[in-house]
Design a protein. Structure first.
Lengths: 212, 421
């Protein structure tokens, strides 16, 4: 599902992280560990196709990311990669439900309100669907962000510290939901974190920064 | 959810600035609509009243005043002319028709005009069933509006008051009898009381006897705004020489325009004024004002366009996260460009729609206000082809305002915006 070969990730020509090799099968999850500032986010954004690799290759779902440009890459990213940002980036002009539907609007695919409501139900925040995101707690917003990342049934869900702001029990719940959603569409989770609590759920882990 | 719904969501989200922009836009559009409607209706009113009148002959003075007072019944007359001279002129071979007018009194602010049946006939006026034109002194025919406002019917009586504006001395002892009411003509006739010239002379002959007896009272008369003509009509009472206020002339041949006005101006004590020429002059004066207001209105629209621009440009700053987010979710820049454009076009469309509505309501308001002035008629329920232009032009302003902010979506750096700020 996800293949990395001799990847050098960074931006503006500067290499921040290197990953010599990584191979994830469908449904396999990978943890990216590292201290803050170690380049975890840069690596995630490169995997998500938001940054071009400085060198090396990334293959997602059989497609070489570096071979796509412009709107082809936009479309591929929209359909295959779900993204959960560390800063959640809720669109405050829209309701929770509209926020969840936003990736479908953006990717130009049919908008499935039933599916979005189903996701919100599984995440336990369906009753908030018509509220504005700023009225929700941090934990609730985190769940909206997860629903939003999962709405297009991506092959890879990329998360940047999705649990680090949560307490132990919330962390367990969110992690459980992420795994459940990933399993439902046989997607791979790639989670960057310094949160040691969630290590046990992952098949592979790579460490970035310091221990290069 | 589509670009339109998303645009609405954003517009609702920043309701205050949206309201401000829409209001400014609407104000500019409304102003243009008012200008268009008022201008069109004034021109139409002028054209209806001028119909077929080639020349107006009256006392010497301002030619514009002569036209305004005799054709549109707006201004005060320049004075009077001797009936004999007017009659002689009426028989000139180049004159096809000459309609005499004798002014001096009013009824509730509506002018009482002594004339002949040729005057209503000139405007193709028709009497309502059961009515007739005057046959003797103190019989009057009411214009449609006069009858409507006063509630007078055929057979009723009323008294005129001295002068051309409300507030003059009432000629209570000389009541008129209504013998007919005219159908609406869409011309100045609707707001006139018509009678024979004999009635006007009759009243003022007797009135003068009284005024003479009252001594100082006649001084006051002459100080009133209507004094030039009333003095003249009053003078007619002495019997030696009757006078009228003016003569509306239609030519027999277009050649008359070359010689007749000059002949009258040179060889008589009267003045001949061409309505077409004076109206062109008036339009030139008013045109400048209209053009200035028009510039101001377009300035408002441009300002609103600038408001949309500033709003969207600022919004771009606040919204670059949202836009970058949508980009990261796979939205092509073209889609976001459309989104920004839609937002601006919605503002422009709502603005122009509200502006057109407000413009018509305003003109209706002006019309109601003018109705009480008894001079000019207007309505807000008139729609002009020119107004249709406001829509594409407004949308173009909206599109232009959104262009620069919308182009910026092509330059959004997703990574830097969302992660690396």
């Amino acid at each position: 599902m996800l293949e990395i070969q001799r990847l050098k990730a960074g931006y503006e020509g500067k290499v921040i992280v290197e990953v010599p090799h990584l191979s994830l099968a469908s449904g396999e999850h990978c943890l990216i560990l590292g201290d803050s500032g170690s380049g975890k986010t840069t690596l995630l954004c490169t995997l998500a196709g938001l940054l071009s690799p400085v060198a090396g290759e990334i293959t997602v779902n059989g497609q070489l990311l570096g071979a796509m440009r412009g709107s082809a890459l936009d479309a591929f990213r929209g359909r295959n990669i779900g993204m959960i940002y560390q800063t959640l980036h809720m669109v405050s002009a829209l309701t929770v439900l509209e926020n969840v539907l936003l990736p479908q609007y953006a990717a130009g695919v049919a908008q499935d309100r039933g599916k979005a409501i189903g996701l919100l139900e599984r995440l336990g925040i369906a009753d908030k669907k018509d509220d504005k995101p700023e009225t929700l707690s941090q934990g609730q917003q985190q769940r909206v962000a997860i629903a939003r990342a999962a709405i297009n049934s991506p092959r890879v869900i990329v998360g940047d510290e999705p649990t680090s702001a949560l307490d132990d029990s919330a962390c367990e719940t969110v992690m459980g939901l992420l795994l459940q959603l990933a399993a439902a569409s046989n997607a791979s989770l790639v989670i960057a974190t310094h949160d040691q609590r969630i290590k046990g759920h992952f098949h592979q882990q790579i460490r970035v920064g310091g221990a290069l | 959810m589509n670009s339109l719904r998303l645009s609405f969501a954003y517009l609702r989200h920043k309701a205050l600035s949206t309201t401000l922009t829409v209001t400014t836009f609407a104000a500019g559009v409304a102003m243009i609509v008012v200008l268009l409607l008022v201008n069109a209706q004034l021109q139409n009113e002028f054209a209806n009243n001028l119909k077929g009148i080639d020349l107006v002959v009256g006392a010497k003075g301002s030619p514009m005043q002569l036209i305004l007072s005799s054709v549109f019944h707006l201004d005060l007359p320049t004075g009077n002319i001797p009936l004999a001279a007017a009659e002689k002129l009426s028989k000139h071979p180049m004159v096809r028709q000459a309609i005499p007018l004798a002014l001096g009194d009013n009824f509730q602010g509506y002018r009482i005009v002594g004339t002949t049946a040729a005057y209503p006939e000139h405007y193709q006026a028709r009497l309502r069933a059961g009515g007739r034109y005057w046959k003797k002194e103190m019989e009057a025919v009411l214009g449609a509006e006069v009858a409507g406002r006063s509630g007078l019917k055929t057979g009723d009586t009323f008294a005129g008051s001295h002068g051309l504006t409300v507030g003059g001395e009432v000629h209570a002892q000389f009541p008129y009898t209504v013998v007919g009411v005219l159908e609406p003509t869409d011309s100045v006739l609707d707001r006139l009381v018509l009678t024979g010239m004999a009635s006007v002379w009759y009243i003022h002959e007797h009135d003068d006897d009284e005024a003479g007896a009252a001594g100082g009272a006649s001084e006051q008369h002459e100080a009133s705004p209507a004094s030039p003509d009333s003095r003249a009509t009053d003078a007619a009472n002495s019997g030696q020489q009757r006078e009228i206020t003016s003569l509306l002339i239609s030519y027999n041949s277009p050649l008359a325009a070359a010689g007749l006005p000059r002949l009258i101006n040179k060889t008589t004590s009267m003045q001949a004024a061409s309505p077409a020429f004076e109206m062109a002059r008036l339009n030139a004066f008013m045109g400048r004002g209209t053009v200035t207001l028009g510039f101001f209105a377009w300035f408002l629209i441009a300002l609103a366009g600038f408001g949309i621009f500033a709003g969207l440009y600022n919004a771009m700053d606040e919204r670059r996260y949202d836009l970058a987010l949508m980009r990261s979710f796979g939205a092509r820049p073209g889609k976001l460009f459309t989104l920004m454009m839609t937002e601006s076009l919605v503002v422009a469309l709502v603005g122009v729609a509200l502006g057109v509505l407000a413009g018509h309501l305003l003109v209706q308001g002006i019309a109601t206000w003018l109705a009480s002035s008894k001079h000019i008629h207007m309505t807000g329920r008139l729609f002009l082809v020119e107004e249709a232009w406001l829509f594409p032009v407004s949308l173009a302003v909206g599109a232009l305002a959104a262009l620069l902010p919308a182009i910026r979506v092509y330059r959004i750096d997703i990574f830097k915006t969302l992660v690396h700020h």
